[in-house]
Design a protein around this ligand. Structure first.
Ligand SMILES: [Zn+2]
Ligand SMILES: [Zn+2]
Length: 323
């Protein structure tokens, strides 16, 4: 068990961890098996079900519960949330939440793990996950949940659940179930989730002034069960809902609300009116700035302008080459 994220200064750690990343690339290739199995509507429905149920695990589990403690629940349902989240094959719940807390602490600053503004789209989307740098869990950042041995076990053996699930799918429906219930929706689920780290900081509208580049995007909210309201979320990160207005669709919150009626979850944190309506007191200058920042890619890094080479004023002959 490693206690800290690797030191930031070694550029070798940014390289692709080839061995560990092979299953990721292999899964993309195996999506091609849809050609072998052919198409049936019931398989497409299975894919949709597999995608959205596990997306709920990602959003309610990995994100809103383990990363942000946006609601409370009992130990049994906490374990169930970790299981459901980890069936998405995005590593352990403690690994995921520790990295995500780091993202909020340093959003779009040089220390940010996956900022598209700092390191470009591909790094923020998949590069950081496939690199050697962040493959260990920073347990110091997730002490509150690391005290539960069952969560630590799941975190350390995160591959067990996805492998068991694939075995179960094969036993029930053979290759078509493995492809349509497992591989295809898992690859889509990866990229659906990763859009929040990449596209939600590039494409969408900014309602609130934040120190990062987070945006609100309805399309990403539909794909991710409500996570696309990312500017709301960065403005106030601990709420159980991320869609704060009736038109901001947030399926994760709707399910959590229903679960709260049955006492499965409780204390759903909501934004206070002064938080939600903070934009009403913005100055004209702040509104103008937000409108400019809301343009596509407005906050992406510009290519560096070359600094003019200083020529020695009294030098004789050619200056030495700059190294
Ligand atoms: Zn973010
Ligand atoms: Zn978050």
């Amino acid at each position: 068990m490693t206690e800290a994220i690797a030191a930031p200064h070694d550029p070798k750690l940014d390289r692709l961890a080839l061995g560990a990343s092979l299953p990721f690339f292999l899964a993309h290739l195996l999506v091609g098996l849809v050609v072998v199995t052919g198409f049936k509507w019931e398989w497409a429905l299975l894919a949709l079900f597999s995608y959205y149920v596990r997306m709920f695990g990602v959003t309610a589990g990995y994100h809103r519960y383990f990363s942000h403690r946006a609601f409370k629940t009992n130990r049994g349902f906490q374990f169930f949330l970790a299981v459901l989240a980890q069936l998405s094959t995005q590593k352990g719940a403690l690994w995921w939440a520790a990295n995500h807390r780091h993202h909020h602490r340093y959003s779009d600053q040089p220390e940010d793990i996956h900022s598209p503004v700092r390191r470009g789209f591909w790094w923020s989307h998949v590069g950081w996950i496939l690199s050697k740098r962040y493959d260990q869990t920073n347990y110091a950042a997730i002490k509150d949940f690391a005290r539960f041995p069952e969560l630590v076990w799941l975190n350390e053996h995160w591959l067990v659940l996805p492998v068991l699930a694939l075995g179960a799918l094969f036993a029930i429906g053979g290759l078509p179930f493995v492809v349509w219930g497992g591989i295809l929706p898992t690859v889509l689920l990866w990229h659906g989730t990763f859009t929040i780290n990449s596209l939600s900081h590039i494409f969408g509208k900014r309602r609130y002034v934040t120190t990062d580049t987070s945006r609100n995007n309805w399309l990403l909210a539909l794909i991710t069960c409500g996570e696309g309201w990312h500017n709301n979320h960065h403005y106030h990160q601990n709420t159980a809902n991320q869609g704060w207005f009736w038109w901001e669709v947030d399926f994760t919150f709707y399910v959590l609300k229903v679960l709260s009626w049955f006492g499965v979850v409780s204390d759903l944190r909501l934004p206070r009116p002064e938080t939600k309506f903070a934009y009403r007191s913005y100055t004209d200058e702040q509104r103008r700035q937000l409108a400019v920042e809301s343009r596509f890619g407005a906050l992406l890094p510009k290519p560096p302008t070359p600094t003019p080479v200083e020529m020695p004023s009294l030098g004789l002959g050619m200056p030495h080459a700059q190294r």
